[in-house]
Design a binder for this molecule. Sequence first.
Ligand code: GDP
Length: 495
Amino acid sequence: FDGSEPPLNITDEHFLDGLLSADFRYMSCRSRYEFAVYHKTSSHKPSPYLIANLRKHEALQKRCGPGTAAHKKAVRRLDSGEGVVDDDDGCRYLVYISYRGLGNRMLGITSAFLYAVLTERVLLVDGGKDTGALFCEPFPGTTWLLPQAGWFSFSPLSRLQGYEGGSKENLGDMLQSGGITVSADGNVSWSAPRPPLYLYLHLSGSYGFHDKLFFCDAHQRLLGEVPWLFMWTDNYIVPGLFLTPAFSDELEAMFPEKESVFYHLGRYLFHPTNRVWHAIKSYYHANLADVDQRVGVQIRVFQKKQPPRFVLEQILSCLRDVKLLSGTKTDAAGGGNGTSSSFSRAVLVTSLSSWYYDRIRDEYGGRISGGVHQPSHEGRQRWRDAAHDMRALSEIYLLSMCDVLVTSGYSTFGYVAQGLAGLRPWVMPRAPMWAADWREELDPRDMPCRRADSVEPCFHAPSAYRCAAGRDVDLGKVSPYIRRCVDVKYGINLV
Ligand code: GDP
């Protein structure tokens, strides 16, 4: 054993039924091979068509990625502002601009990746801060990290760090400023003789009407002519791609089972680096390994003014109402009421604060044979702090190793955990932002937790505009596999 081979009998299961390429060295990224050991065997299988598309995409990333002649040429062209010419190598790029917390970033990267596969673009991640320290490379023989700014003399790449969504080179702005001409029949074309070299796609939660036209077929045709696209999103836009007619057939072929899009793509793309994986495994073996059932409780509080007691009451009544911490394994799975004395259970609490953990331990500690555990309490969210993000990533993975999950509505941190786990969590609703006087206006008992009807993350800010019809529609009614999310009123998810 020279370190380049895994010290175990590699089976199809370790490659997640063909989802993962075999062209990596074991030591470079152990989590890639060991993920299956820590997660239950999947009932969701990737389709052969998805697998074929992933292998095809890996070849594209290798042919056009950083370090290749094609990439150098494309960057030079972008640098010099030369304009689009025909002698290119067929390499077009999608740069994901990284911002926000880890959960948002992982959903954004997944969305960008799927869009890159659909449009045959090379995905580059502006990992800037710490993506390389958190995740292994997902594509063999190349890197997905955008070479650091400073390398480039020209602006779009070097300006990425300061980018905050606004730009005249943004699709929505171009539509408004006349850079793109819209004809009476809804067709779109460039006002200039040639397509631009690059465009920004502003797809964050606060985007406007013109930005949302990204989800129209006509606009997609036009975008296909632009060599470099820069995507700015904190949203899981995948359900929106399913609603874009140009992509829906292809997506339906790749994902016959709609509920497992993130489940497969998340498991394909994200593999914690050896350092993070070591921390995850150590914590797991010390605290969670030797029980029959692990219950994960993810607590995320968005409003500073919200009294902790209110949130605590929500959690405790959810645990009580759905009998998650009493009775047998069958209870927690949603039915049955037998008891078993030999049945053991551990609770994993994740939260920025330790207060909830202390209260839950006071309430249940003595009765939970495997104990109540919280890996960290960071106090507050931090930016550009690799150690903080590593702890956050560890906790997302530890949650994904649980058998049952209770999550906080609206939280992308919870979405990623449930998606990687392949579980439909019980979701605690987020109190409305308008609730100023907590005591008088709201009672936690009026906000019971609900079982999510999908493993999929919620797309918080979808576009209700149907381009062909030229009007808004009720997104809860347009497709048999798209529903309103349990936690976000205007959000949608795949089911
Ligand atoms: P969201 O804001 O809940 O949608 O999730 P994000 O992951 O996008 O942003 C929240 C960030 O706050 C995380 O990335 C972490 O940096 C931090 N954070 C929130 N909850 C926890 C937690 O339970 N544990 C840890 N370690 N960090 C957390």
